[in-house]
Design a protein around this ligand. Structure first.
Ligand code: SF4
Length: 279
């Protein structure tokens, strides 16, 4: 299939992270949508994260938030602690340069590379004439290591896309994560950027997208083709919901009903039917 005939594939950092972690998992999760039920504890944490993001968005838009805070004690605690730790973020139009700033929550940007539409949504973008800051809220309790975050596609893609789609030099772009539920008080982790990092990411991204394009081409040309697996002994496999399907005693005969339907659906898919992978 020619590139020009392949529909646009919308990709977020989550897709890139999963593709890099395990291509087969990407196939099952996004192409065949074989998702498993969420762990209730994780689901609860996700809800808190969504509520906090909504609250910050309301606040940024100048809408009243007091009712939310009164009704949700946990949210109130998080917001109070965050306001104390980072008053400058909640104060509009104040930047480190003390100049007027552009601010937008849930700021959406895309960058097209061949048939991939790379999509990012910044929790908050603050930009003035000299610099642009991307801010991201995290509501889980234990911040990951700096090393982990600097290799994560969220960091890489978010900064890369801004550098590619704006006039800011990479050196004038930063990304800061705020862990609003850290043990004692909210903590932040800031990543600065440079032209050499930008070029490294471009190379890494090009390689990953080329791999994806090759996998997809094979996947839709042959019913037998499956995206590559990673070694069974890896920690990722041990914690993976698809372990039985990949390495266990898995046959079509022991699929449950819903799984079968998904598998059949997947077999009926072709590239022409796949407009995008949802975020
Ligand atoms: S079990 Fe391992 S190879 Fe299979 S999808 Fe999961 S991580 Fe990938």
């Amino acid at each position: 299939m020619q590139d020009s005939q392949v529909p646009i594939l919308r990709l977020s950092q989550g897709h890139l992270n999963l593709l890099e972690l395990c291509p087969r998992k990407f196939q099952h999760t996004f192409l065949e949508k074989l998702s498993s039920p969420l762990n209730p504890e994780y689901e609860e944490k996700q809800k808190l994260g969504s509520r906090f993001h909504l609250l910050m968005q309301q606040q940024e838009m100048g809408l009243p938030i007091s009712t939310f805070l009164q009704e949700d004690e946990k949210l109130g605690q998080l917001m109070t602690a965050f306001a104390k730790a980072a008053p400058e973020i909640l104060a509009p139009n104040i930047t480190p340069n003390n100049s007027e700033a552009f601010r937008e929550s849930e700021h959406y940007r895309t960058l097209q590379i061949k048939n991939n539409l790379l999509t990012v949504i910044y929790d908050l973008l603050i930009a003035d004439e000299q610099q642009a800051q991307i801010l991201d809220w995290k509501t889980y309790a234990n911040p990951p290591s700096r090393r982990h975050l600097e290799q994560n596609w969220q960091t890489l893609l978010y900064i890369f896309v801004l550098a590619e789609t704006s006039d800011y030099l990479p050196e004038n772009i930063s990304m800061t994560y705020w862990f609003v539920q850290s043990k004692d008080k909210p903590q932040s982790m800031k990543f600065t950027y440079s032209t050499s990092q930008h070029e490294k990411i471009r190379k890494k991204l090009t390689q990953l997208l080329t791999r994806l394009s090759n996998y997809l081409e094979n996947y839709y040309q042959s019913q037998e083709f499956e995206f590559p697996q990673i070694p069974e002994s890896s920690k990722t496999c041990k914690n993976c919901n698809y372990f039985t399907r990949c390495y266990g005693d898995y046959t079509e005969a022991n699929l449950d009903g819903s799984d079968s339907i998904n598998r059949i659906d997947a077999n009926l898919l072709n590239v022409a039917n796949i407009q995008e992978v949802s975020l």
